[in-house]
Design a protein around this ligand. Structure first.
Ligand SMILES: CC(C)(COP(=O)(O)OP(=O)(O)OC[C@H]1O[C@@H](n2cnc3c(N)ncnc32)[C@H](O)[C@@H]1OP(=O)(O)O)[C@@H](O)C(=O)NCCC(=O)NCCS
Length: 147
């Protein structure tokens, strides 16, 4: 069993540990995680069981942009394929105050792309060599029923 709750500054150390396990060499430095936790307009949710944080999602809502961006979503390997990622995505979509939500995903990340397509996201464009190792990203978007 797990529950979803807002992620706060006091979760920083646990989130960094999760980030390292989930993204390995692509993991964000602690300062980047700190920034998303404190930036105005951000939505940060954690999934937790009785022992630890098992998933995390962060969404940016820039004041001057009409779209929200999922900046990161990840679930600990041993908790995958149990609906945690989907729950995190669906929960932030309810909280977003923008008509469109977007994200970038590695072209090779078939599992994540499958999840996003299942939730109604569509591939909109390709960003060549978006990632540090030179891999392209798909930008995927979804219209939300919001003003
Ligand atoms: C992508 C990620 C967040 C998905 O989290 P998750 O909790 O395992 O996803 P869910 O259990 O909610 O999956 C829901 C549905 O999405 C699809 N899906 C998820 N992972 C999949 C995979 N590896 N392969 C194929 N389909 C997948 C399936 O349809 C799944 O439903 P099912 O299990 O009933 O078949 C997780 O795999 C992860 O953290 N990956 C590493 C980090 C990452 O790539 N993040 C995304 C960066 S853009």
């Amino acid at each position: 069993m797990y529950s979803l709750a807002p992620a706060r500054l006091f979760d920083l150390s646990a989130l960094k540990k999760l980030e390292d396990v989930v993204f390995k060499e692509d993991a964000w430095p602690v300062l980047d995680i700190l920034t998303i936790l404190i930036i105005p307009g951000g939505i940060n949710l954690k999934a937790q069981d009785d022992k630890s944080i098992i998933g995390f999602i962060s969404v940016e809502q820039n004041l001057f942009e009409p779209v929200a961006w999922v900046s990161t979503v990840g679930v600990a390997p041993e908790y995958r394929r149990q609906g945690v990622g989907k729950s995190l995505m669906m929960a932030v979509e309810k909280l977003v105050r923008r008509p469109v939500i977007c994200l970038c995903v590695r072209k090779s990340n078939e599992g994540a792309i499958h999840l996003y397509e299942e939730l109604g996201y569509q591939k909109k464009e390709t960003r060549p060599q978006y990632y540090a190792d030179g891999e392209d990203a798909y930008v995927m978007t979804k219209k939300l029923d919001k003003i």
